[in-house]
Ligand binder design. Structure first.
Ligand code: G3H
Ligand code: 13P
Ligand code: ZN
Ligand code: NA
Length: 283
Protein backbone atom coordinates (compact mmCIF):
# COMPACT_ATOMS: atom_id res chain seq x y z
CA UNK A 1 0.00 0.00 0.00
CA UNK A 2 0.96 3.63 -0.37
CA UNK A 3 2.80 4.88 2.70
CA UNK A 4 2.60 8.17 4.55
CA UNK A 5 4.95 10.98 3.50
CA UNK A 6 5.19 12.17 7.08
CA UNK A 7 6.69 8.85 8.12
CA UNK A 8 9.21 8.89 5.24
CA UNK A 9 10.31 12.42 6.11
CA UNK A 10 10.60 11.60 9.80
CA UNK A 11 12.96 8.78 8.98
CA UNK A 12 14.87 11.07 6.63
CA UNK A 13 15.27 13.55 9.49
CA UNK A 14 16.68 10.83 11.72
CA UNK A 15 19.08 9.69 9.00
CA UNK A 16 19.91 13.23 7.74
CA UNK A 17 19.10 12.49 4.10
CA UNK A 18 16.34 13.60 1.71
CA UNK A 19 13.60 11.60 0.00
CA UNK A 20 13.23 12.20 -3.74
CA UNK A 21 9.81 13.39 -4.87
CA UNK A 22 9.42 12.71 -8.57
CA UNK A 23 6.61 14.01 -10.77
CA UNK A 24 4.42 11.47 -12.57
CA UNK A 25 2.26 11.94 -15.67
CA UNK A 26 1.96 8.46 -17.16
CA UNK A 27 2.55 4.77 -16.67
CA UNK A 28 6.14 4.78 -17.91
CA UNK A 29 7.25 7.40 -15.41
CA UNK A 30 5.49 5.61 -12.55
CA UNK A 31 7.32 2.43 -13.54
CA UNK A 32 10.63 4.28 -13.89
CA UNK A 33 10.33 5.71 -10.36
CA UNK A 34 9.59 2.33 -8.80
CA UNK A 35 12.32 0.59 -10.80
CA UNK A 36 14.85 3.23 -9.71
CA UNK A 37 13.76 3.13 -6.06
CA UNK A 38 13.97 -0.66 -6.00
CA UNK A 39 17.37 -0.72 -7.69
CA UNK A 40 18.65 1.76 -5.09
CA UNK A 41 16.69 0.30 -2.14
CA UNK A 42 15.25 3.76 -1.47
CA UNK A 43 11.97 5.13 -0.11
CA UNK A 44 10.35 7.34 -2.73
CA UNK A 45 7.55 9.86 -3.25
CA UNK A 46 5.52 10.01 -6.46
CA UNK A 47 3.82 13.34 -6.94
CA UNK A 48 1.19 14.54 -9.37
CA UNK A 49 0.58 18.17 -10.23
CA UNK A 50 -2.85 19.52 -11.10
CA UNK A 51 -1.66 19.47 -14.71
CA UNK A 52 -0.74 15.78 -14.42
CA UNK A 53 -4.16 15.03 -12.90
CA UNK A 54 -5.84 16.90 -15.73
CA UNK A 55 -3.77 14.98 -18.30
CA UNK A 56 -4.04 11.42 -16.97
CA UNK A 57 -7.12 11.60 -14.76
CA UNK A 58 -7.04 11.38 -10.98
CA UNK A 59 -8.25 7.75 -10.94
CA UNK A 60 -5.52 6.68 -13.35
CA UNK A 61 -2.83 8.45 -11.33
CA UNK A 62 -4.05 6.82 -8.15
CA UNK A 63 -4.46 3.38 -9.75
CA UNK A 64 -0.98 3.45 -11.26
CA UNK A 65 0.69 4.67 -8.08
CA UNK A 66 -1.17 2.35 -5.72
CA UNK A 67 -0.52 -0.66 -7.96
CA UNK A 68 3.16 0.27 -8.09
CA UNK A 69 3.28 0.74 -4.31
CA UNK A 70 1.50 -2.55 -3.66
CA UNK A 71 4.04 -4.47 -5.69
CA UNK A 72 7.12 -2.53 -4.66
CA UNK A 73 9.62 -3.88 -2.15
CA UNK A 74 10.39 -0.30 -1.03
CA UNK A 75 8.06 2.34 0.55
CA UNK A 76 6.18 4.44 -2.02
CA UNK A 77 3.98 7.48 -1.23
CA UNK A 78 1.62 9.52 -3.43
CA UNK A 79 1.52 13.30 -3.03
CA UNK A 80 -0.38 16.16 -4.69
CA UNK A 81 2.16 18.68 -6.00
CA UNK A 82 1.16 22.38 -5.87
CA UNK A 83 -2.51 21.99 -5.08
CA UNK A 84 -3.92 25.50 -5.29
CA UNK A 85 -7.40 24.99 -3.87
CA UNK A 86 -9.11 23.33 -0.92
CA UNK A 87 -11.31 21.40 -3.39
CA UNK A 88 -8.31 19.94 -5.26
CA UNK A 89 -6.79 18.74 -1.99
CA UNK A 90 -10.11 17.16 -0.96
CA UNK A 91 -10.39 15.27 -4.27
CA UNK A 92 -6.92 13.83 -3.77
CA UNK A 93 -7.57 12.88 -0.15
CA UNK A 94 -10.83 11.21 -1.13
CA UNK A 95 -9.24 9.12 -3.89
CA UNK A 96 -6.37 7.94 -1.65
CA UNK A 97 -3.33 10.22 -1.96
CA UNK A 98 -1.26 9.94 1.22
CA UNK A 99 -0.11 13.57 1.16
CA UNK A 100 -1.16 16.88 -0.35
CA UNK A 101 0.51 20.21 -0.96
CA UNK A 102 -1.63 23.29 -0.50
CA UNK A 103 0.27 26.05 -2.28
CA UNK A 104 -1.04 29.32 -0.91
CA UNK A 105 2.22 31.12 -1.65
CA UNK A 106 0.52 33.63 -3.93
CA UNK A 107 -1.83 34.68 -1.14
CA UNK A 108 -1.16 37.25 1.59
CA UNK A 109 0.35 35.57 4.68
CA UNK A 110 -2.81 35.36 6.80
CA UNK A 111 -4.84 33.97 3.87
CA UNK A 112 -2.15 31.37 3.20
CA UNK A 113 -2.34 30.37 6.88
CA UNK A 114 -6.15 30.17 6.81
CA UNK A 115 -6.23 28.06 3.63
CA UNK A 116 -3.49 25.74 4.93
CA UNK A 117 -5.41 25.28 8.19
CA UNK A 118 -8.62 24.48 6.34
CA UNK A 119 -6.84 21.67 4.45
CA UNK A 120 -5.07 20.52 7.62
CA UNK A 121 -8.35 20.10 9.46
CA UNK A 122 -9.55 17.47 6.99
CA UNK A 123 -6.11 15.97 6.41
CA UNK A 124 -5.60 15.38 10.14
CA UNK A 125 -8.86 13.44 10.35
CA UNK A 126 -7.75 11.15 7.52
CA UNK A 127 -4.05 10.68 8.33
CA UNK A 128 -2.94 12.55 5.22
CA UNK A 129 0.07 14.84 5.61
CA UNK A 130 0.20 18.42 4.32
CA UNK A 131 2.97 20.46 2.70
CA UNK A 132 2.60 24.23 2.47
CA UNK A 133 4.65 26.90 0.67
CA UNK A 134 5.93 30.22 1.87
CA UNK A 135 7.78 32.63 -0.40
CA UNK A 136 7.78 32.68 -4.18
CA UNK A 137 9.66 29.88 -5.93
CA UNK A 138 10.66 31.19 -9.33
CA UNK A 139 9.35 30.04 -12.67
CA UNK A 140 11.85 29.79 -15.51
CA UNK A 141 10.83 33.10 -16.89
CA UNK A 142 11.28 34.95 -13.60
CA UNK A 143 14.75 36.39 -13.23
CA UNK A 144 15.06 37.33 -9.60
CA UNK A 145 17.68 40.00 -9.00
CA UNK A 146 19.70 40.10 -5.82
CA UNK A 147 17.95 43.28 -4.64
CA UNK A 148 14.59 41.51 -4.96
CA UNK A 149 15.60 38.58 -2.77
CA UNK A 150 13.84 39.82 0.33
CA UNK A 151 10.60 40.32 -1.56
CA UNK A 152 10.55 36.83 -3.08
CA UNK A 153 12.54 34.53 -0.84
CA UNK A 154 11.10 32.97 2.32
CA UNK A 155 11.52 35.17 5.37
CA UNK A 156 12.82 33.00 8.25
CA UNK A 157 10.81 34.81 10.94
CA UNK A 158 7.66 34.54 8.81
CA UNK A 159 8.36 30.82 8.36
CA UNK A 160 8.54 30.37 12.13
CA UNK A 161 5.23 32.24 12.52
CA UNK A 162 3.59 30.27 9.69
CA UNK A 163 4.53 26.89 11.18
CA UNK A 164 3.43 27.98 14.63
CA UNK A 165 0.02 29.10 13.30
CA UNK A 166 -0.58 25.99 11.19
CA UNK A 167 1.33 22.98 12.52
CA UNK A 168 1.84 21.94 8.90
CA UNK A 169 3.89 18.77 8.26
CA UNK A 170 6.42 20.08 5.71
CA UNK A 171 7.32 23.50 4.34
CA UNK A 172 8.43 24.42 0.80
CA UNK A 173 10.74 27.40 0.83
CA UNK A 174 12.01 29.90 -1.74
CA UNK A 175 15.79 30.19 -1.45
CA UNK A 176 16.82 30.71 -5.06
CA UNK A 177 15.57 27.67 -6.96
CA UNK A 178 13.11 27.84 -9.84
CA UNK A 179 10.86 25.41 -11.69
CA UNK A 180 11.90 24.32 -15.16
CA UNK A 181 15.30 24.71 -16.81
CA UNK A 182 17.75 27.33 -15.55
CA UNK A 183 19.39 29.87 -17.80
CA UNK A 184 22.57 29.96 -15.71
CA UNK A 185 23.65 28.20 -12.53
CA UNK A 186 21.22 28.83 -9.67
CA UNK A 187 22.67 30.47 -6.56
CA UNK A 188 21.04 29.15 -3.39
CA UNK A 189 20.77 31.36 -0.32
CA UNK A 190 22.25 28.92 2.22
CA UNK A 191 22.43 31.39 5.15
CA UNK A 192 18.69 31.94 4.72
CA UNK A 193 18.02 28.19 4.62
CA UNK A 194 20.10 27.70 7.75
CA UNK A 195 18.10 30.40 9.57
CA UNK A 196 14.80 28.88 8.47
CA UNK A 197 15.90 25.39 9.55
CA UNK A 198 16.93 26.77 12.93
CA UNK A 199 13.48 28.29 13.51
CA UNK A 200 11.26 25.68 11.90
CA UNK A 201 11.37 22.18 13.32
CA UNK A 202 9.63 20.40 10.44
CA UNK A 203 11.02 18.91 7.21
CA UNK A 204 11.91 21.51 4.57
CA UNK A 205 11.10 20.91 0.91
CA UNK A 206 13.29 22.03 -1.99
CA UNK A 207 11.33 22.70 -5.19
CA UNK A 208 12.85 23.45 -8.58
CA UNK A 209 15.72 21.08 -7.86
CA UNK A 210 16.35 19.95 -11.45
CA UNK A 211 19.43 21.79 -12.71
CA UNK A 212 20.73 22.59 -9.24
CA UNK A 213 24.33 21.27 -8.95
CA UNK A 214 24.57 18.06 -6.88
CA UNK A 215 26.88 19.72 -4.33
CA UNK A 216 24.36 22.53 -3.76
CA UNK A 217 21.51 20.05 -3.28
CA UNK A 218 23.66 18.13 -0.81
CA UNK A 219 24.51 21.30 1.11
CA UNK A 220 20.77 22.08 1.29
CA UNK A 221 20.16 18.57 2.66
CA UNK A 222 22.92 19.06 5.21
CA UNK A 223 21.09 22.21 6.35
CA UNK A 224 17.71 20.49 6.73
CA UNK A 225 16.01 19.80 3.39
CA UNK A 226 14.25 16.41 3.62
CA UNK A 227 12.20 16.29 0.38
CA UNK A 228 13.69 17.21 -2.99
CA UNK A 229 11.35 17.74 -5.96
CA UNK A 230 12.42 16.69 -9.46
CA UNK A 231 10.36 16.95 -12.62
CA UNK A 232 12.31 18.76 -15.35
CA UNK A 233 15.33 16.40 -15.34
CA UNK A 234 12.96 13.45 -15.89
CA UNK A 235 11.20 15.25 -18.75
CA UNK A 236 14.56 16.03 -20.36
CA UNK A 237 15.78 12.43 -20.20
CA UNK A 238 12.44 10.94 -21.24
CA UNK A 239 11.94 13.23 -24.21
CA UNK A 240 15.56 13.07 -25.38
CA UNK A 241 15.27 9.27 -25.54
CA UNK A 242 12.03 9.49 -27.54
CA UNK A 243 13.64 11.99 -29.88
CA UNK A 244 16.69 9.81 -30.37
CA UNK A 245 14.61 6.79 -31.41
CA UNK A 246 12.44 8.83 -33.74
CA UNK A 247 15.37 10.70 -35.27
CA UNK A 248 17.32 7.51 -35.90
CA UNK A 249 14.38 5.64 -37.39
CA UNK A 250 11.83 7.76 -39.21
CA UNK A 251 9.80 4.63 -39.96
CA UNK A 252 9.30 3.63 -36.31
CA UNK A 253 5.59 3.43 -35.48
CA UNK A 254 5.58 1.22 -32.38
CA UNK A 255 5.02 3.40 -29.28
CA UNK A 256 6.72 0.73 -27.18
CA UNK A 257 9.94 1.20 -29.16
CA UNK A 258 9.79 4.91 -28.35
CA UNK A 259 8.55 4.83 -24.77
CA UNK A 260 10.56 1.82 -23.63
CA UNK A 261 13.94 3.59 -24.01
CA UNK A 262 12.37 6.73 -22.53
CA UNK A 263 11.32 4.78 -19.44
CA UNK A 264 14.83 3.35 -19.16
CA UNK A 265 16.40 6.82 -19.48
CA UNK A 266 14.08 8.18 -16.78
CA UNK A 267 15.03 5.28 -14.49
CA UNK A 268 18.72 6.12 -14.81
CA UNK A 269 18.21 9.81 -13.99
CA UNK A 270 16.07 8.95 -10.96
CA UNK A 271 18.67 6.47 -9.69
CA UNK A 272 21.36 9.15 -9.88
CA UNK A 273 19.17 11.62 -7.96
CA UNK A 274 18.40 9.08 -5.25
CA UNK A 275 22.13 8.55 -4.72
CA UNK A 276 22.76 12.30 -4.55
CA UNK A 277 19.98 12.72 -1.98
CA UNK A 278 21.49 10.04 0.28
CA UNK A 279 18.32 7.95 0.31
CA UNK A 280 19.88 4.93 -1.43
CA UNK A 281 19.86 1.94 0.89
CA UNK A 282 17.38 3.57 3.31
CA UNK A 283 14.33 1.49 2.37
O1 G3H B 1 5.97 22.40 -10.14
C1 G3H B 1 5.75 22.10 -11.30
C2 G3H B 1 5.95 20.70 -11.71
O2 G3H B 1 7.14 20.59 -12.46
C3 G3H B 1 4.75 20.21 -12.47
O3 G3H B 1 4.60 20.90 -13.66
O4 G3H B 1 2.29 21.79 -13.70
O5 G3H B 1 3.54 21.30 -15.84
O6 G3H B 1 2.71 19.43 -14.39
P1 G3H B 1 3.19 20.86 -14.45
P1 13P C 1 11.93 21.16 -11.44
O1 13P C 1 11.15 21.84 -12.53
O2 13P C 1 13.21 21.90 -11.18
O3 13P C 1 12.14 19.73 -11.71
O4 13P C 1 11.07 21.29 -10.10
C1 13P C 1 9.99 20.41 -9.86
C2 13P C 1 9.15 20.83 -8.70
O5 13P C 1 9.52 21.63 -7.86
C3 13P C 1 7.82 20.20 -8.59
O6 13P C 1 7.09 20.72 -7.52
ZN1 ZN D 1 7.37 22.79 -7.18
NA1 NA E 1 14.63 23.65 -11.94
Amino acid sequence: PLVSVKELLQRAEEGKYAVGAFNVNNMEIVQAIVAAAEAERAPVIMQASQGAIKYAGIEYIYALASLAAGRASVPVALHLDHGTSFEQCMKCIRVGFTSVMIDGSKLPLEENIALTNKVLEVARATGVSVEAELGKIGGTEDDIHVDEKDAFFTDPEEARYFVEKTGVDALAVAIGTAHGQYKGIPQLDFPRLEKIAGLVKIPIVLHGSSGVPDEAVQEAIRLGVRKVNIDTNIREAFTAACRQVLDSNAKEIDPRKVLGPAREAATQVIREKIRVFGSAGKA
